[in-house]
Design a protein around this ligand. Structure first.
Ligand code: NAP
Ligand code: FE
Length: 366
């Protein structure tokens, strides 16, 4: 058996980990740039906890809160400029996947001049240290080397991936996700579920990544019924945060597959939230893979607590309010982009453009 697994991120998970690990911030310098969105860091209480921890260590900070959902290349370039202006020694990302991904690109751009396509060229040797504090339980970005950026010149989302983009530290405090809406909690949980499932079926899966993926799926399965309710307790928040982190570790090694490749078009052109986009595409894609992957899919469904892809489909339909609806022109455009995405070839079999069109149609119930 051959297997490789390495994760350079120190993961600290639990109650009060920001306050209790305040001294850790001083390992990374005297001035921090906090990268976040407009509201979530304040609403969740995370910004107060982080600034109190920094103050206790006499670390100065600036706040760059210009990161919107699905961060653009322009916004991370502006953040990189800010990091240089304030001479930041390190970057703290606070938020869902959008601010965490942006923090990674900003840490890269702070130290490297990367005009145009050079941003994605991989020709860099250093980035500022990154501390990631997730406020959603979905992307696992706190433990991945990926920064998913919106490229308006291409009309799609694309993946900036490099081992240097792994955060140095991930501080996970599940209580900080309590302010997340029901809708976003469901969408992000389904993103994590999709990461674990796609990781299992990736051509790069290993025994170790599979072990993490099954565990992640089982934990999300334990939350399946409670997610359908109207309020969520700490135990559920904790399970989802942990499961999402495990699923992030999975995709850090396996990458994602066609579900994510096809989902980006829905997010870019239809403003469908990332996790929701994946969930809408999930069962058609899993049906496409089923014949060649029946043992893994069967075991994963069992871990989740359902006995068939039909049962998974109805669970997802119950959690999402409505089905996907796309015009033929939209399907053709999204299929063009998905067929070119790097991760579309990451499963066996993988769909060609014609099959991608069919999968979008199936997701629309056609
Ligand atoms: P998000 O886009 O970061 O945030 C969605 C919304 O939830 C925002 O309005 C945000 O507010 C709000 N929010 C976040 N946390 C909150 C909290 N605790 N309380 C209240 N509101 C909160 O959501 P996400 O699904 O976590 O991230 C999606 C992005 O991650 C996409 O760009 C996707 O492509 C990417 N992604 C990355 C990876 C990876 O490995 N790097 C993997 C999968 C997906 P604010 O705007 O105020 O922050
Ligand atoms: Fe995702």
């Amino acid at each position: 058996m051959n297997s490789t697994f390495s994760l350079p991120t120190s993961v600290i998970f639990g109650c009060d980990v920001i306050t209790e690990n305040a001294a850790l911030f001083s390992n990374y310098g005297r001035r921090a740039l906090i990268v976040t969105g407009k509201n979530s860091a304040k609403l969740s209480g995370a910004l107060d906890l982080v600034t109190a921890a920094l103050a206790s260590q006499q670390i100065a900070w600036d706040i760059f809160d210009e990161i919107a959902v699905n961060p653009t290349i322009e916004s991370v370039r502006a953040g990189g400029e800010r990091a240089r202006e304030v001479e930041a020694d390190f970057v703290i990302g606070i938020g869902g996947g959008s601010p965490l991904d942006a923090a990674k690109a900003i840490a890269l751009l702070a130290l490297n001049d990367l005009p145009g396509e050079e941003l994605f060229g991989g020709n860099y040797e250093s980035v500022l240290p990154i501390i990631a504090i997730p406020l959603t339980s979905g992307t696992g970005s706190e433990v991945t080397p990926y920064s998913i950026l919106t490229d308006n010149s291409l009309g799609n989302k694309r993946n900036l991936a490099h081992p240097l983009l792994f955060p140095a530290v991930a501080l996970l405090e599940p209580a900080l996700t309590a302010s997340l809406s029901r809708e976003q909690t469901i969408y992000t949980a389904l993103d994590a579920f999709s990461h674990a499932f796609e990781g299992l079926l990736s051509n790069k899966a290993s025994l170790l990544s599979d072990a993490l993926a099954y565990e992640s799926i089982a934990l999300i399965g334990q939350c399946r019924e409670a997610l359908g309710g109207s309020s969520y307790d700490y135990e559920l928040r904790e399970k989802l945060a942990y499961a999402s982190m495990l699923a992030g570790m999975v995709i850090a090694h396996t990458g994602t597959t066609g579900i994510h490749a096809m989902g980006y078009g829905l997010t870019y052109h239809k403003s469908i939230d990332h996790g929701r986009a994946n969930a809408l595409l999930m069962t058609p894609f899993l049906r496409f893979l089923e014949a060649g992957n029946s043992a893994k899919i069967g075991r994963a469904l069992g871990a989740f607590g359902v006995d068939s892809l039909d049962a998974l489909e109805s669970t997802i339909a119950t959690l999402l309010d409505e089905r996907l609806s796309l015009t033929d022109d939209e399907i053709e455009l999204f299929a063009d982009n998905a067929a070119k995405a790097g991760n579309i070839v990451n499963s066996t079999p993988h769909p060609d453009r014609a099959r991608i069109v069919e999968l979008y149609r199936e997701a629309c119930g056609r």
